[in-house]
Design a protein around this ligand. Sequence first.
Ligand SMILES: *Cc1c(COP(=O)(O)O)cnc(C)c1O
Length: 414
Amino acid sequence: MKQHETYPLIPIQRGDGVWLYDTDGKKYLDTVSSWWVNLFGHNNPRIKNAIKQQLDTLEHVMLAGFTHEPVVALSEKLAQLTGLGHAFYASDGASATEIALKMSFHYWRNIGKPSKTKFISLQNSYHGETMGSLGVTDVAIFKDTYAPLLMQSALVPSPDFRLAETGESAEQFALRCADALEQHVAQHSSELAALIVEPLVQCAAGMGMYHPAYLKRAREICSRYEVHLIADEIAVGFGRTGTMFACEQAHITADFICLSKGITGGYLPLSAVLTSDKIYQAFYHDATVKGFLHSHSYTGNPLACSAALATLAIFETDAVLVNNRHKSAYVFDKMQVLTHLPIKHLRHQGMIFAFDAVTEDAQFSKRCYQAAIAQGLLLRPIGNTVYFMPPYTITESEIDLMVNTTYAVLKAIL
Ligand SMILES: *Cc1c(COP(=O)(O)O)cnc(C)c1O
């Protein structure tokens, strides 16, 4: 809060498309999709109207002993899209991570392998900030303060291509990291419940991108040693990496998929954990304690489900993934101008674009944010990583403005 003396809060009054308008009428291009949640622009008529219609019908009912049409329809849709036929709902990403971790642990207990209690995650991973999810997160600034409170989990090397040796290809590096994973899993499989990963892009680590070969090997290793694979697609799901889900690019299915963020197009909080018949069957029992006793008051909220259904309908009717391919190429082509600046690792994966500024300035991210805001651009660098994760509805002229303004801002401060 004290830092806001220097960086005052910006009071936003309304949004429209990629634009946010403050109470003085000044507008900001939302290049970060309001923290990666917005897919089809602010004030999207289709999502807005779906929520309004649902609001006239049923705002909420508990999902214990009751069900309702939007949650059934959404579950069917998500099953169809992921190939995993069972859905468990919550309201935010961190809860989805917690649910997947608890369900994995509980599965092993239910099938008579109670020693499988531990989790592993990738170095620099981010899976949310409640105590359980922070336990598998590896971002020092969020974690260190609370470390004494957290469950112990092991880290394996991150396949983030920026960490490769010079001359090593992304694929070679991914496979080398997968070897390290195999070594760890082989040694500890009797006590391991699950590996949790952010498929293809470790977003909070500064858009650390990696080759799909890692996921393919991770899937094989997990299957061979009887360890669950949890795919945290909270940030990368719903088309962000170019396919509906990032795991598709490695042709794998995880045992659990965590979804949130873009699921409602950025309108309402909702998350889901999808899992397989095999996992489901281990909980299907007369004894209540064998069931998965985990609940949140707003689980499966009908308004949020209606926003999610409207969001998924847009994917179908507007050929979003195909159009995004062209848009992604257009943005990355435009971004080549940035190579004239002191930057490295210019990269992209679907509708995620990033590069790292070469600077010793520890205040770079704050200065960049501030300078961009002055120019009407909402940029929110992570350390030295500057990235764009815009709503998919961004137009070519808005892309030009986004890239040109970024160039001007960085030229002035680097
Ligand atoms: C944002 C995020 C989360 C946490 O979601 P919240 O809704 O902020 O709790 C978890 N995992 C990943 C990969 C994320 O990007």
